[in-house]
Every structure is written in C-alpha cells, then in structure tokens.
Design a protein. Structure first.
Lengths: 96, 464
C-alpha cells in the first residue's frame, strides 16, 4: 500500500527549483532576515503536530509528543516572523 | 469543511513563494513577511478544521504557551544575538519535526507498514530532525559562548563519528524494515541526537555562518521528508523552500572562504597556527592617533569602512554610525564594504549596521566595492582581519590562499583599528599591517571610533 507517490517527488522538485531561483535573487543585505523567515516558514510542520495532538483516538503518548511539537513549532513561527520584521524595519534608505 | 483543506494548502504555498520573492529587496521585504504570516495562518486554520481533529484543548494550550515564549524572545533579543537565536530556533523546529516523526512511528509500528515508503520517509525525517536539533543546540552554545568556540577534537574522532553515523543508519533501516521492533526505537533517537553533537563540536567559531546555513537547510529537508511521510504537499513545498535557501546560503559562505563543505565539516579550521615568518618582527609598523586619523578622514573625498566581527564584539556599531554621520555631514562619501562572512551568520553585519541607522544603500558587497577601492582615499578597517588579508590573493602558500578578500590595501591610505599586533582568529600573519600606506590605530574599536567621531564633530579644535 505504501510506496513513493511520484506526485510528491514532482512537487518537491518543482518547489526546490523555485526556491533556488528565488533565493538567488535575494540581496546579500537581507541574508539574515531571509534565514529567519525561511525558518519561520518551515515551522509549518505545526500542521502535522496539530493532526497528531487533536486526532480522534490519539494515544496519550501521541498527545504528549504532539503537544510538545505544537509548542516548539509555535515558538519558532511566532518569534521567527516577528524578529524578521524587526530586522527589516531597521533597513532604511538614505534620507530617513 | 474538509473541502477547504487542499485549497488552504495551495494558498499557503503560493503565499510562502511570494514571501521569498518579496524578500529580494529591502523595499518589498516587509510585505514578504506579511505574506508569510498570512500563509501560515491559512495553513493553521486548514489544519484545525480537518474533521479528523476533534480535541482542541491541548492544541490551544500549546499554541498559547508557544506564543508566550516566542513573543518576548522576538522582542527582547538584541541584534548581536541574532545568530544564537537563529540556532536555537532551528533546534526548536527540528525537535518538533523529530517528535512528530516519533508519534507517527508509533502509530505505524505495525507489520503492515514493514518496509513501506512511509517508514523509510519517517526514519529519514527523524534522523535529520533529531541530529539538527542537537547540532543546533551545540551551535547555539558555541555562539552564546557557553562552550568555547575553538574546535573540539580528539583521537579517533572520525572513527567514532563514522561508527555512530553507521549505527544510526543501520538501526533506522532495521526499524523501517520491521517497525514492530519498538525496543530499538529509543536507541535510534539517542544515536541520532548524539550524531548531531559529534557533527558540530569539531567546527570552529569562524565557520559558524556555514554551519547555521547548513542546519537551516537540514531543518527544511526534514520538514519536506515529513511531508512525504504524511502525504502533505504543503510541508513538501515549505520544506523544499527552506532547504534550498539554507543550501544556497551555505554555498555562498563556503565560496566566501574558498573552502569546500567537506573542509568546513571535517577540517578543524583555525587549528594550524603557522609561526613561520621568523623575521616579521623586523618589519616596521606605523601607528597614528585619533586626531591624525580624523584629520585625514575629513580631508578625503571618499572613505570605505570595512567592518569585521571585531566591531560587533566591541559593540562599536553605534559609534561607527556616528562616524558615518559626521563624515557625511562634511561631504565625504562613505561606503561600507561587507564581506559575506563578516559576522556570525550570513548577512549579520548588515543587520548590525542597519540597526545603527546606516542607510542600506551605503552597505556594499565584496564584488561591487573592490573595483572602487583603488579610487578610495581612505580604507578604514574596524575589527576585520582575515577578510582583508592580501596574502589570500598574493601568496599561494597562505592558509587562506584563494579566499576572496576586500582589497583594502589598494586604497590610497589605510587605517586599521586593532587592539594589538596579535594574529587574527585563523592565526595567519597579515602583511597589510606593514604596508607603507597603512597606519595602525591601536585601541578598543568602540573607544577609538568614538574619539575619531568626537574629533570630527568638534571640528578637531582640541577642546578635550
């Protein structure tokens, strides 16, 4: 029943390709905020953690692991987005 | 409600891609953050409304607690500590990935999944997740100086690392082939965690920019692997974007040091201190005072300031900004030359100078500033050493031969602010200090820049 679904590989390859093209265009000025932004985006694993914690018939172990995972991912995404914005706010053009 | 879920995933993916697209330039970057935030909100709502999800209490408590930790962390973190924050944040993200993998493993620990793709994807995901978690904790400890930043090496290190790596992979494969062997699972997790520690302890402080970027990439790939295991395309996309980003940044960092990945990971840079040049003490060093430097800066038409990590260590960026303002007011054209590895993570120096109110147009990257340096009247080097070492360009025998440098020595005259004549982090002799157009300003970077700025502001009238 479980073998690699080629659709997933297809999506992965396209996304990686888009990622390479986009990241190459990011000004080196913004590499630090870029890293904290992508880090925040990767915290989208929270959707997996939500399913595990809240799903019908979740075992106590699954609930515990899921709870910690939701906590970690939330810390990551909240602080990641906020600090990225804090950094970007400081980049001002001349005459401001 | 479930019909909404796949569309939520598509919308989030689009918003994440837009977020990266808008990150390309400072004028649109904040819009990028907004797009990322909305994308994340859509993804979370999509996950919450799935009808499989029946119990919300724990989820909400965890989210509120996470926000309670994350918000102060984001608001209070000083900009000098951004590399540490990023490292610890990778650890949190990777831990989440690992734990989700563990929960999924126990759910699938039945004979019917034996050897199936889900099991292999889960094992790969957990391997990356757990090793990234501890590796990031070690990187954090090194950056926060809880641990020494020097590489840790011991006899048999490579054999031990290789053994641990092999054991982790073998046990992971055994579990994938027969997931009912649950007693092996804790050993797998422990080995993956240990491997993460072993991977980063031999890496020195100067290589942290590359390491952080690599860990960024691993965390992304782990999220992608989770997407494969759970059949979630949004995770695959977000993970691939993060993975690509970390990878590109790591490549840029390696290129900026003219080193290979293998060399960064296993090289133990900074260990070989060559005490070769025996006659170097005969060479003449010219030193100057803050007044002399101020006078010469004032009479220049163009000045290039080259900051290095030493500037950040001395917390001198605000004084440097004062100097920039004072010179600009006097009609001097001031630019900052930023080497890609100046700092403890990619782009760190730009953030520090932006925080000190230097306009971003004045922050110029290596390839763009080098052609301008021969026309510059003064190159002012603050806390940079290896990134301006001409032997990287001129001496094929040098330990840093071939590393791209900012060619400060080509400027008409050079000032170097430095505490003493001690060698830099890599312990490599730097001939720029002995050039006839170089003058040394000995002292703490913050105090020295402060007194030059004061001289300029006071018109050099000697009131002090």
């Amino acid at each position: 029943m479980s073998s690699l679904n080629p659709d997933y590989l297809f999506v992965f390859i396209l996304a990686a390709f888009v990622g390479f093209q986009l990241i190459k265009k990011v000004s080196p000025l913004l590499h630090s905020p870029l890293m904290s932004l992508t880090n925040a985006i990767a915290a989208v694993v929270i959707v997996g953690a939500i399913s595990i914690t809240g799903e019908e018939g979740a075992t106590p172990l699954a609930k515990t692991l899921g709870f910690v995972a939701v906590f970690c991912a939330t810390v990551n995404l909240v602080s990641g987005f906020m600090i990225t914005d804090r950094m970007l706010k400081m980049f001002k053009p001349r005459g401001k | 409600m479930n019909a909404f879920v796949p569309f939520a995933a598509i919308l989030s993916s689009v918003l994440f891609i837009l977020a990266l697209m808008w990150m390309s330039h400072p004028t649109t970057a904040r819009r990028g953050v907004r797009a990322g935030e909305i994308g994340m909100a859509v993804a979370i709502i999509g996950a919450l409304v799935q009808h499989e999800v029946v119990d919300y209490n724990l989820i909400l408590i965890a989210m509120v607690a996470g926000a309670a930790v994350g918000i102060p962390m984001a608001l209070l973190m000083p900009m000098t500590a951004i590399p540490q924050r990023t490292a610890i944040s990778h650890a949190f993200g990777a831990l989440a990935v690992g734990l989700i993998g563990a929960a999924e493993y126990y759910k699938h620990a039945h004979a019917e999944y034996a050897g199936g793709f889900i099991m292999w994807a889960l094992m790969f995901e957990m391997l990356l997740g757990f090793l990234t978690c501890t590796a990031s904790v070690i990187a954090f400890a090194k950056l926060q100086e809880i641990m020494g930043s020097r590489p840790v090496s011991f006899v048999g290190q490579r054999v031990l690392n290789g053994g641990v790596a092999l054991a982790t992979v073998v046990i992971g494969a055994m579990l994938a082939i027969d997931p009912t062997q649950t007693w092996l699972f804790p050993a797998f997790v422990a080995l993956a965690l240990l491997f993460g520690v072993l991977l980063v302890i031999p890496i020195g402080g100067a290589d942290m920019p590359t390491v952080i970027a690599l860990l960024n990439s691993y965390a992304g790939l782990a999220a992608s692997a989770m997407g494969f295991a759970l059949g979630n395309k949004l995770l695959i996309v977000a993970g691939a974007l993060d993975g690509a980003s970390g990878f590109i940044l790591a490549v840029i960092m390696c290129k900026a040091m003219n080193r290979s990945f293998a060399n960064v990971m296993f090289g133990g840079f900074g260990k070989v201190v060559a005490g070769a040049a025996g006659g170097k003490d005969d060479r003449v060093v010219r030193s100057a005072s803050a007044e002399e430097a101020a006078m010469q800066l004032e009479n220049s038409s163009s000045v290039v300031i080259i900051p290095g990590y030493g500037m950040a260590v001395a917390q001198a960026q605000h004084k440097v900004s004062e100097l920039y303002q004072a010179l600009t007011k006097k009609g001097v054209d001031v630019k900052f030359a930023i080497h890609p590895v100046a700092g403890r993570m990619p782009g760190h120096m730009n953030v520090l100078l932006a925080e000190a109110n230097v306009p971003y147009e004045q922050l110029v990257e290596l390839d763009d500033i080098n052609p301008e340096l021969p026309q510059a009247d003064v190159a002012l080097i603050i806390g940079a050493n290896d990134t301006i070492n001409p032997s990287a360009r001129d001496d094929p025998q040098s330990a840093i031969a071939g590393m791209p440098i900012i060619e400060a020595d080509r400027a008409k005259s050079v000032f170097v602010i430095k505490r003493s004549m001690n060698a830099g982090f890599a312990g490599i002799d730097n001939p720029i200090y002995y050039n006839s157009n170089t003058q040394m300003l000995f002292g703490d970077a913050k105090d020295m820049v402060g007194s030059i700025a004061k001289e300029l502001a006071g018109g050099g009238s000697g009131l002090h």
